[in-house]
Design a protein around this ligand. Structure first.
Ligand code: LLP
Length: 461
């Protein structure tokens, strides 16, 4: 839950003192409700934790908030206010950054298939770094920059063979995924030359490219520091080797995003300070072993900043109860069935695709009132024409939950609105930001008119 979320005396959930019934009245449901102060303090906390850990190594860290997790003009401006930079991955995200007035030097542009228009836009905006994903793209960026008579500031995204997901990481020599330049020695036709090294050599030879450094991103929703530390060690080693071999200086190293959050009580991510210190220890020791001046470190957290700042408010509609078998393997329960109640809400997979896409777990609470009723095993589902349209797979909600009640689902700040769709012609919900006891729309919810706007009607039939 975001800071500032509480229950009032009537048992109603409030944020900064504003009851959810008032938010519903004013803005409707479904609704994303975000705490601006929580966003700002998480952004600052991340920056402070990493700055503290890396202060003596490279004078601090540049934190690029990963806009893909959730971006709108207001959020981009908070990011800048708090001293963070912005990581974008499309022309559209650059457009939001421009609208928020973010300085070009504080922007990064990612993507494994940037269009010429996106590369030109990045150069128009004088972005601080274009993170190049492939040899093909390096050549394209070099050509475009050269035709403009400019120099593009570039980082190379490498794939260190470290993959992390939540509790564990695996390290492999080879990469079989679309992103980045492989560090495996046999990853190109040239014997002994990795794609990553080939890119360093090529980047150094293009007069229209200024090679700032290297980048990697090992995954998302990662709890433990180990994977980050292994990736950092590999990247520092490679950076040192390239500096020596090509007589160049690579001043920057970006270690990507991926820091996890707790969606339910079983999730136990390590605090940012602990991860920062583990990463700093490896960067410090590897640089000193190899005798190089440490590069300036940057990171790209998205979820860890915005994820917990937001909850989704839904209204309950229909309910039904079915009987389900006991879970497989439950001893002595072979012939036992249990009631499970389906609680339908007025949104679903169009405003939160994560349960469908990733089997993601969320929780929910009855937000509009107190209830003394016994807890009942419930499944919160959406209103889409799809049986997989689940919001919360298993949650105990009071037995008297009824149509018209409001449910709140926490932890929906990252990759929910961002991944939202108009499936079944549902309008995307708005996003409300709460600050100092006042709520305001930062993204308007769609209307039916918005939905019909792009449909050409019968004009072209
Ligand atoms: N940097 C790069 C290059 C990335 O690809 C990503 C996320 C980030 C930073 C930010 O990662 P974060 O700190 O937010 O984990 N839709 C999925 C997550 C996709 C992540 C894509 N890249 C989900 O909902 O779990």
């Amino acid at each position: 839950w975001a800071a500032g979320v509480e229950k009032n005396d009537a048992g109603e959930v409030t944020i900064d003192g504003i009851p959810v019934s008032v938010l519903k009245e004013q803005f409707g449901t479904p609704l994303f409700v975000m705490s601006e102060s929580d966003f700002r303090s998480r952004a600052r906390a991340f920056k402070d934790a990493f700055d503290a850990a890396f202060e003596d190594i490279c004078g601090g860290v540049d934190v690029y908030y990963a806009g893909k997790s959730f971006l709108c003009t207001a959020v981009a401006s908070w990011v800048a206010d708090e001293g963070l930079r912005l990581d974008t991955c499309s022309g559209g995200e650059l457009a939001v950054a421009a609208r928020a007035g973010i300085e070009g030097a504080h922007l990064g542009l990612h993507g494994n298939n940037k269009s010429d228009a996106e590369i030109n836009r990045a150069l128009d905006m004088a972005v601080g770094r274009i993170v190049v994903d492939s040899l093909d793209e390096l050549e394209r960026v070099a050509k475009i920059a050269s035709s403009r008579g400019e120099t593009a500031k570039v980082m190379l995204r490498l794939t260190p063979g470290v993959h992390a997901h939540t509790h564990e990481f695996i390290a492999t020599a080879h990469e079989d995924q679309k992103f980045g330049l492989s560090m495996a020695e046999d990853s190109t036709e040239e014997a002994g030359l990795s794609a990553a090294e080939e890119a360093v050599a090529a980047a150094t030879s293009y007069p229209s490219i200024e090679l700032l450094g290297l980048h990697c991103h090992i995954g998302s929703q990662i709890f433990e520091p180990d994977g980050f530390a292994v990736a950092a060690e590999k990247l520092v080693g490679f950076l040192a080797a390239m500096q020596a071999k090509y007589s160049i200086h690579l001043p920057e190293l970006d270690l990507g995003g991926g820091y996890g959050i707790a969606y339910t009580p079983v999730d136990t991510p390590r605090p940012p300070a602990e991860i920062a210190q583990a990463m700093a220890a490896v960067v410090r020791s590897t640089c000193s072993e190899l005798g190089i001046t440490p590069p300036r470190i940057s990171i790209e957290p998205g979820r860890a900043i915005v994820g917990s700042t937001t909850f989704t408010l839904y209204e309950v509609g229909t309910l039904k109860t079915v009987r389900v078998d006991a879970p497989e393997g439950a001893i002595g329960q072979e012939n036992v069935t249990y009631p499970r109640r389906y609680v339908s809400v007025d949104g679903g997979m169009s405003d939160n695709a994560r349960p469908v896409l990733y089997d993601a777990d969320y929780s929910a609470i009855l937000a509009s009132r107190d209830s003394e009723a016994a807890p009942q095993l419930s499944r919160v589902v959406g209103k889409h024409c799809e049986s997989g349209d689940i919001v919360v797979r298993d949650v105990y909600l009071p037995a008297d939950v009824a149509a018209g009640d409001l449910l709140a689902v926490p932890g929906t700040g990252a990759y929910c609105w961002a991944l939202s769709s108009n499936y079944n012609y549902l309008a995307r919900p708005g996003v409300v930001a709460v600050r100092d006891g006042a709520a305001r729309l930062i993204v308007r919810g769609e209307t039916e008119e918005d939905l019909l706007n792009r449909d050409m009607g019968v004009a072209n039939v």
